[in-house]
Design a protein around this ligand. Structure first.
Ligand code: CA
Length: 223
């Protein structure tokens, strides 16, 4: 999962980025409204954490132009402006949720997981495909009821595929979900982690379409 963090306060930005990376998210951090717009038009993100008081372009303006472009990516507003009026303005401009500074990282984490679940169309917190169950909130994975230990990268690949069963994700799309910008991508890394995940979850769980990418079968689909 890739998160765009838009925050001009160095201390808050650093703390949020560190905490989210520990939770296994790929996090990109930009510090003003224009950089946020540039990143959003050039790259894929699964969620935006958006401060409202920003240099160059206000967070509300960033949000409005994002929604005018019909981008439905979930946005959580992070703001020190705790007045009711500001919150309403943010929600009216298309925010999915908001947190008021100072906020608790555990609470932010829970709001992020909830927004990601809603946006991927899963009201239920757990996803199940072919006897494999994944809980995005706790990051627990079981196979036929037995717990399976995945590495952080294996988990990132499996989660990305399970959120959209039947959809083929290319190697580049999977790499995007596993690494942040500037992080060194080892060669053959996707293959290595898919191999690891298959060993733990079953050889036919992740399927390959040669030259195109990988998918997990839709529940009930014949493969
Ligand atoms: Ca600010």
């Amino acid at each position: 999962m890739r998160i765009l963090l838009v925050e001009d306060d160095a201390m808050i930005g650093d703390a949020v980025r560190t905490s989210l990376r520990q939770d296994g998210y790929a996090v990109e951090w930009v510090r003003d409204g224009r950089a946020a717009e540039a990143a959003l038009s050039a790259e894929h993100f699964d969620l935006v954490l958006l401060d409202l008081g920003l240099p160059d372009k206000d967070g509300i303006a960033v949000l409005q132009s994002l929604r005018q472009r019909k981008q439905t990516i979930p946005v959580i507003v992070i703001t020190a402006r705790d007045g009711v009026g500001e919150r309403i303005k943010g929600l009216d401009a298309g925010a999915d949720d908001y947190v008021v500074k100072p906020f608790d990282m555990d609470e932010l984490g829970a709001r992020i997981r909830s927004a990601l679940r809603r946006s991927s169309g899963h009201a239920e917190p757990e996803i199940e495909v072919m006897g494999v169950r994944l809980n995005p909130a706790t990051r627990e994975v079981t196979r036929d009821g037995r717990p399976v230990m995945l590495s952080a990268r294996e988990y990132a690949v499996v989660e990305a595929l399970m959120l959209r069963p039947g959809a083929i994700l290319s190697r580049a799309q999977l790499e995007e979900r596993m690494y942040a910008w500037g992080e060194e991508v080892e060669s053959n890394t996707v293959e290595v982690h898919i191999h690891g995940a298959r060993r733990k979850l079953g050889s036919d769980f992740i399927q390959n379409v040669r030259g195109v990418g990988y998918f997990v079968p839709k529940p009930g689909a014949k493969t």
